[in-house]
Design a protein around this ligand. Structure first.
Ligand code: AMP
Length: 173
């Protein structure tokens, strides 16, 4: 074989190796993206390691006020199962959580005298997710009032407690 040929062979070989390595890397990246981190904020709230203004709790589901509300009465509903988002939750846990979403949407609309409800769920960073434990946002809405900007911490935590109490009272808790 000539020099030119062996150069070509090396190039093809290099290309194959590169393809193999990047394929493997993409798998690893995907694995990493889909891993559940037991140290995320909501996992700590479930374990009682961080405080939360709770509204509702049962064996499988927890709901608590969002500390950066987009509208008065904004809260989150989460499964207790260790799941990252809608992409990896099992149907049993999903059924449990979505039933509570519905129940609390109705209760919070009444309790907060809202005229509408917005429900949001973000999956993966590119989908807008920031905390990687599945959560549904329940956002009471009021006629003519747009949602507040995201990322604004509530100024007075006692406001969250008052709102949580109103919703709990509506639930008969
Ligand atoms: P996202 O993952 O984009 O749906 O956003 C996460 C949501 O969690 C935001 O609305 C935050 O305000 C909210 N959040 C973050 N930390 C806490 C916390 N410790 N207690 C209650 N809500 C929180």
């Amino acid at each position: 074989c000539g020099r030119g040929n062996s150069g070509k062979t090396i190039k093809v070989f290099k290309k194959r190796i590169h393809k193999k390595v990047s394929r493997k890397f993409n798998f690893l990246k995907k694995d990493f993206e889909m891993n559940y981190d037991e140290q995320n904020i909501f996992a700590k709230i479930i374990r009682g390691e961080l405080p939360a203004e709770k509204i509702y709790e049962d064996e499988k589901v927890l709901a608590f006020m969002d500390i950066m509300p987009r509208s008065p009465g904004h809260f989150l509903v989460i499964p207790k199962a260790s799941v990252r988002n809608i992409l990896d939750i099992d149907n049993e846990s999903l059924c449990a959580v979505i039933k509570v979403v519905k129940k609390l949407a109705v209760a919070s609309k009444k309790a907060m005298n809202a005229t509408g409800i917005t429900i949001q769920q973000f999956s993966e960073a590119d989908g807008g997710q920031e905390v990687f434990h599945l959560h549904f946002h329940i956002i009471p809405r009021y006629e003519g009032k747009p949602m507040d900007r995201p990322g604004q911490m509530v100024k007075d935590m006692s406001v969250l407690s008052l709102q949580a109490n109103k919703i709990k009272a509506e639930l008969g808790a």
